[in-house]
Write a new protein. Sequence first.
Length: 318
Amino acid sequence: IILLGDSAGAHFHISPEWITASQMSLKSFINLPTALTNELDWPQLSGATGFLDSINGYVSKSYQKGGHTKSFMGPGCDISCDKFRFLRVCPLWLFSLSRNQLLDHPAIVIYAMIGNDVCNGKADPVPEMTTPEKLYSNIMQTLKYLNSHLPNGSHVILYGLPDGTFLWDNLHDRYYPLGQLNKDVTYAHFYSFLNCLQVSPCHSWMSSNKTLRTLTSERAKQLSNTLKKIATSQKFTNFDLFYMDFDFHEVIEEWRKRGGQPWQLIEPVDGFHPNEVASLLLADRFWKKVQLQWPQVLGKENPFNSQIEQVFGDQGGH
Ligand SMILES: *[C@@H]1O[C@H](CO)[C@@H](O)[C@H](O)[C@H]1NC(C)=O
Ligand SMILES: *[C@@H]1O[C@H](CO)[C@@H](O)[C@H](O)[C@H]1NC(C)=O
């Protein structure tokens, strides 16, 4: 399973205990060195390739997803990299993708650029957003590259962009971790602080400007439609191609049904990225949809499953 994604896919996370006065202790910094060397990403917990289920405990209990890699024949390896935007910012990563077309098992490639094409920190973010035409040509270039490197029988899934208006709608009047003690800093303050410094991960959705938020959602929708159009109209010899909507609203609905609130699905410190709970729910939906709509992607069930369980016991699917 290969994830070509941005920081949302790689599960970007800063522990709130690091900046919330009431929760600080020596113990809360125990995972900071690892976190820094991974650029604050936690791909082992990500929605697509993750297999661990708790950042602080580092519990090596399984993640739903792990079940599929183990239980189905097909993918030969597990690369859970990365936060980089391959074509434009970090071409090395995609182009260093190492596959042996003749000997390797087919791969499942998930293209999940959740935010990078509409998100930036510029004072006027709109001109910096990717246009549908530009996205079309970038994706076609990527797919041609993949076609010349992936083993025959591989699968590529294009993941749509979310509608990020839920960020402002659910967070703007809530207290930011630094402001909880004195009840003085809300996410609206925090967002405008980031925008003033031009360091926001997504000025376009993390903004009090409703026109801008709406415009960003419209662009995201156009880009998703472009991905869908490519998936339904293009054919490649070495893989089949699919498109899936990034339906964060479904995840919010499911979370509500379990008694949760939408704000609990967002990383508290950056006020932007889906958190571990959201990643888990997203992963669950993602793989269930794949299994239901395109069972050929996962392939046959591993005939050795029962023997594996006899030898290793119940590893929770991992
Ligand atoms: C690739 O695999 C498909 C079936 O999965 C087969 O029809 C096709 O002939 C294969 N192509 C090559 C070049 O081996
Ligand atoms: C809100 O955003 C729109 C679109 O970028 C922009 O044209 C407008 O000037 C912004 N309004 C304010 C008050 O900044």
